[in-house]
Design a protein around this ligand. Structure first.
Ligand code: AMP
Ligand code: ZN
Length: 119
């Protein structure tokens, strides 16, 4: 499938295009990773596909290979951030689950003890 066009009104598409600045920690062919502007842990990085899909379910349906890339990038970020094997990966899906930006993104959180259950 041809990747969907970037959406002009999507903040993360604009970060992919370089129109909005971000603290990028990894830039690959199909994924980029950048620091969350409002970090909830000492390490809080967002890993996103460069293609625009609203959430992880849409990405899995249309570009399953990109899902693998997201997780591979998360592992690289965990390594480069020195998180070892102590970190959390989160996809908020839907407003009631806390999703505010409707371009697929994975939160990589670590660097402090993380409680469960989440809020
Ligand atoms: P979510 O609530 O799962 O949709 O996550 C969206 C995340 O994007 C939040 O943690 C925000 O702090 C983060 N965010 C919003 N704007 C920016 C930005 N310009 N650069 C980096 N992170 C951002
Ligand atoms: Zn987008």
């Amino acid at each position: 499938m041809t990747p969907p066009a970037a959406k002009d009104d999507c903040l993360f598409c604009r970060i992919v295009k370089g129109e909005v600045p971000a603290d990028v920690v990894h830039a690959g062919e199909t994924t980029i990773a950048f620091r969350d502007i409002n970090p909830q842990a000492p390490t809080h990085v967002l890993v996103i596909p460069s293609s625009h899909y609203a959430n992880i379910a849409e990405l899995a349906q249309w570009e399953p290979g990109a899902v693998t890339e997201l997780f591979a990038t998360a592992a690289e970020v965990a390594e480069s951030e020195g998180l070892g094997d102590q970190y959390r990966l989160v996809f908020n899906t839907g407003a009631e689950a806390g999703q505010a930006v409707f371009h697929t993104h994975m939160h990589v959180l670590g660097g402090r003890p993380l409680n469960w259950p989440p809020g």
